[in-house]
Every structure is written in C-alpha cells, then in structure tokens.
Design a protein. Structure first.
Length: 207
C-alpha cells in the first residue's frame, strides 16, 4: 500500500467541510511519503475540518497497512473521514472502535447489499457519523431502487448523488434525469445533494 496522491484542500466530499484528501493504492508505487503528507496536514490543521482517506481502486478496508496510515494522519480534534464501499465489517469495527476513523462516507453505485447494510448498522450502533455517496449509473440505479437505498441509510447526515457515470457500452444519466432522481428521495433521506458532471455540488435538493 502506498500514498498515490494528496490534495491539501477539498470542499466537495463532505458538504460544508474543508478536508485534506489522501489517496491510497495497493502494492508499491511512487507518491508522496507518509511523513511528507502527515507534516503537510499538521501544518494546515487550523484551516481544515479533517482528513479524508480514499482509494484509487480496491476498498481501502481491504488494504494491508491502512491502520498505520490512518493512525499517522489522525489529527486531534479533527475528523478522519474514511471513504469506503463497506467491504470489511470487522476492519471497520476495529478502526472506529480504536478512534482512528470517526466519520464514514459509504460509496455505492446501486442498491446496498447485506455487507454494506451491516456496516451502516455498526456505525449507527456505535454513534459514528456517516454519509452516503451514490454514483448514478444507468442499469444500476432507478427511481425505485434509489428510494429503497434512501430508506436503508437512516441516520445518514448527507446523501450525495453523483451524475454523469457512463458505462463502457451505455449511456450516462442526463442532468435533468439526475435531478429528477434526486427529487424523488427528498423527504426520505436527509440533506440530498446532486453533483453534476461539472463537479459542482448543488444546494440541498428541494421538492
């Protein structure tokens, strides 16, 4: 496992938050050192609300070495946001219990499966704040499946919907279609927001 990228400031991952973002990848590779990234984050502590850790590929929960990275990047009095597909219930339980992770952004591209639902149940039971980010993919997401997902994420602080995902042999949802999907779950999920292909998050979706 290695750090493949580091951005000092991001305002799109968690609505209303300023985060430094660290990207991790499996195996060995070139990238900034953990010492360099940790020093940069600590230098910015007064300007950020926390640190987000995300993966370039596999779920970070499946990566050996994640514990050491999170322990090093955790700032006192700041959130450490783990972006995960929810593929590792036991590891998530350990990380939250140890205080290495205190905010989770669950990533999905379709209806939640049992493992993901179990992870959300864990977060609710232990009082760990979480949100859900859904990539709107034709064939994986419809109005009915999105409503089902929204009902499954009770307790989520935000539901962010990302439009523009295109399958290799398919199409992407247009912005009007994506906006209609977002409106369909208004009132089911808390603080629904849509991110269009421009990358700009919308204000809260209104019915």
């Amino acid at each position: 496992m290695f750090i493949s990228g580091y951005a000092r400031m991001d305002t799109t991952i968690v609505p209303g938050s300023y985060l430094s973002v660290v990207r991790v990848s499996e195996g060995d590779g070139d990238g900034p050192s953990l010492d360099e990234v940790a020093a940069g984050i600590r230098a910015d502590i007064d300007a950020i609300d926390g640190v987000a850790v995300r993966s370039d590929g596999s779920d970070p929960l499946s990566m050996p070495g994640l514990y050491a990275v999170l322990k090093r990047l955790k700032l006192p009095g700041r959130d450490l946001v783990l972006m995960t597909e929810g593929r590792g219930y036991s590891d998530l339980d350990d990380l939250v219990g140890a205080g290495y992770v205190n905010y989770v952004n669950l990533l999905a591209d379709g209806p939640l499966d049992k493992e993901q639902k179990d992870c959300l149940r864990l977060l609710r039971d232990c009082g760990c704040p979480f949100m859900v980010t859904v990539t709107l993919t034709p064939g994986r997401i419809s109005e009915s499946s999105l409503k089902e997902l929204a009902a499954d994420i009770e307790g989520s602080r935000h539901l962010v919907l990302k439009a523009g995902k295109r399958l290799s042999a398919g199409r992407a949802f247009g912005e009007k279609e994506a906006a209609s999907l977002a409106r369909s779950v208004k009132g089911i999920a808390k603080d629904v927001r849509l991110v269009t292909r421009s990358g700009r998050p919308s204000p809260r979706i209104r019915a």
